[in-house]
Design a protein around this ligand. Structure first.
Ligand code: HEM
Length: 193
């Protein structure tokens, strides 16, 4: 009997430590990336009913999306992905550290140069990203192009967008930010595994 109790206690503590169903330290857990890749065609632009597309407002420096998923599960998976990624960026983590576009995206987020607001109403997910300046706006704009053209349209997620990042860093809009962006890339970039 004592043995059974001990085993039960160890089993319970193991569950707590590994965080069963919670934030277990499994690579990719919570990002839902494999699900989104496999089901990318389940998402449509709420207005056009074709591939989701960002609405860009250069003057206001905002990017908005309204995406309607085929099922509520699809919508939850997308909503959770964005919340998970926002959380990563806000806690100074680097998803895709081999890709300079994702690195400068993280830089802009940790330096409070754009905000992300994500909402879900049944099957529809709306996202509003607002930049504080034209350099940060270029970064979120490029990210949204990739999300539309490669992620949603084709389910392709392994292209390295570093050349796009370089064009942005070397553009007039990013002149003042260039030293900090270069330094951030140097400090954070990792080789692709
Ligand atoms: C290569 C794997 C991926 C990574 C590392 C990744 C990472 C990210 C990051 C860092 C954000 C920004 C979060 C924020 O703004 O606070 C984001 C947003 C988003 N992701 Fe992903 N993502 C990936 C794949 C996908 C896929 C496959 C889809 C859909 C098929 C998707 C859809 C979205 C959408 C709609 C947003 C919000 C809109 C936007 O940021 O422009 N992502 N993702």
């Amino acid at each position: 009997m004592k043995l059974i109790n001990i085993s039960l206690i160890s089993l319970l503590s193991f569950s707590v430590i590994t965080g069963c169903g919670g934030d277990a330290p499994i690579k990719g857990a919570g990002s839902n990336i494999p699900y989104l890749k496999a089901n990318h065609l389940n998402y449509k632009d709420t207005t056009t009913a074709t591939t989701p597309a960002p609405t860009k407002d250069l003057g206001a420096q905002t990017i908005t999306w309204s995406i309607t998923a085929d099922t509520e599960t699809d919508a939850i998976k997308l909503f959770d992905h964005i919340k998970f990624m926002t959380g990563k960026l806000e806690t100074d983590k680097n998803p895709r550290p081999w890709d300079e576009l994702f690195l400068i995206d993280a830089y802009m987020k940790t330096n409070f140069r754009y905000t992300t607001d994500t909402n879900r109403l049944t099957n529809t997910v709306t996202i509003t990203k607002a930049a504080t300046d034209s350099c940060a706006y270029q970064v979120i704009s490029a990210h949204s192009d990739v999300t539309k053209g490669d992620f949603f349209a084709q389910g392709i997620i392994d292209i390295d967008y570093s050349p796009i990042a370089q064009t942005i860093i070397n553009s007039p809009d990013c002149l003042a930010s260039k030293p900090a962006l270069d330094a951030y890339i140097l400090a954070r970039k990792k080789a692709k595994m």
